[in-house]
Design a protein around this ligand. Structure first.
Ligand code: NAP
Length: 333
């Protein structure tokens, strides 16, 4: 069987918001898998905001994407050719060679998953890295206590929607920030006690103060900039701010919180973290998250875009709020 894979490559390093011209689709004939290798037909590939950072050629916690080479990222698919008996043809695996329809991978980089009770998509959302980010960020660094107020930004996204639900499970009062009324309605369904549509307010700090009259004790920051500044303004003394991501600045110049000195005066703890540093939590996370999902205590949604040719628009859509829940690209079986 000879397989020709279609891959999306980075053609040029974007400045500001990327455009379709920064990417190209290429074909590659895959060799038969050698010993310890697999060919996987991807069924869903993930597009994530952090990938924007990898398009910049600078040192970071993860290597930059190379030009004229396939982009990569989380993916799930079916093994169609196997050089490792632990991964028989027909088994479902997660791996990191996304942005392509077929991937030749080392079996050591694949994880077998069971899709009989939990759908494949979930392994790229609440049971994947976005779920780990919410779990580790909130429980290791935010540490919400029952009765405290937790503020979550980009709350309808893959990470934010899970963070909101974990905070509710821990007995917190949750204030969520989102960019549309439809998203606000979903957040209320998930249990958020107050929701701010940040696009409808010119004074985020006042809106946050009104939504959290007793102040906020934990801020789970996915946005940075304006949201971080408002959160510092409304935070209580000894608040914990979890720096998960800063999507507001991924395509533009950073706008730091102008009131950072307030963090000193309020003894606020700001904790940045990245999931690669939290992998020691994976087995606890996977057990707890699967339990919550199966009990209906953590719900998820996906925004699914069909076809590899739509992977770039799906990725760009993250920066204008086109997704509710996890943004995924579905590939034909
Ligand atoms: P996502 O929330 O599913 O998608 C991005 C969302 O961000 C959009 O739907 C949009 O929703 C919102 N957004 C985009 N531009 C914005 C802006 N300028 N201001 C406010 N909101 C904006 O993405 P995700 O995968 O869950 O990631 C969320 C954040 O977590 C990102 O910052 C990401 O980099 C970070 N992250 C960090 C880690 C880690 O290890 N630290 C791991 C995973 C993700 P609205 O309609 O509400 O604007």
């Amino acid at each position: 069987m000879s397989i020709v894979a279609r891959e999306i490559h980075l053609k040029s390093r974007p400045h500001g918001l990327p455009t379709a011209a920064d990417f190209t689709a290429t074909q590659r004939a895959l060799p038969q898998p050698g010993a310890g290798q697999l060919i996987v037909r991807n069924s869903f590939v993930s597009v994530d905001p952090y990938m924007r950072g990898r398009m910049i050629d600078e040192p970071s916690y993860i290597a930059p994407f190379e030009l004229d080479a396939p982009l990569d990222g989380a993916s799930i698919g079916t093994v169609v050719a196997s050089g490792d008996e632990r991964f028989p043809v027909g088994s479902t695996v997660t791996h990191f060679s996304g942005w392509r329809d077929y991937a030749l991978i080392d079996a050591a980089s694949a994880n077998l998953v069971d899709t009989s009770r939990i759908p494949a998509e979930t392994y790229l959302g609440p049971l994947g890295f976005p779920g780990l980010a919410a779990y580790a960020g909130l429980l290791q660094f935010g540490k919400p206590q029952a009765g405290e107020t937790v503020f979550v930004s980009a709350a309808s996204g893959a990470v934010g929607s899970v963070a909101v639900q974990i905070a509710k499970l821990k007995g917190a009062r949750v204030v969520a920030s989102v960019g549309s009324e439809a998203k606000a309605n979903w957040l209320r369904e998930l249990g958020a006690d107050a929701v701010i549509n940040y696009r409808e307010t010119t004074d985020l700090a006042s809106a946050l103060r009104a939504a959290a009259p007793e102040g906020i004790d934990v801020y789970f920051d996915n946005v940075g900039g304006s949201h971080l500044e408002a959160a510092i303004e409304v935070a209580n003394d000894f608040a914990r701010i979890v720096l998960c991501g800063m999507i507001e600045q991924y395509n533009s110049e950073a706008r730091g919180p102008r009131n950072i000195y307030t963090a000193v005066k309020k003894s606020i703890v700001l904790s940045g973290f990245i999931t690669p540093n939290q992998l020691h939590l994976w087995s606890d996370f996977a057990r707890d998250m699967a339990t919550w999902i199966e009990a209906g205590q953590v719900k998820s949604r996906e925004t699914i875009v069909d076809g590899l040719d739509n992977a770039v628009p799906a990725f760009l859509g993250l920066f204008s709020g086109n997704n509710v829940g996890k943004m995924l690209v579905r590939l034909p079986a």
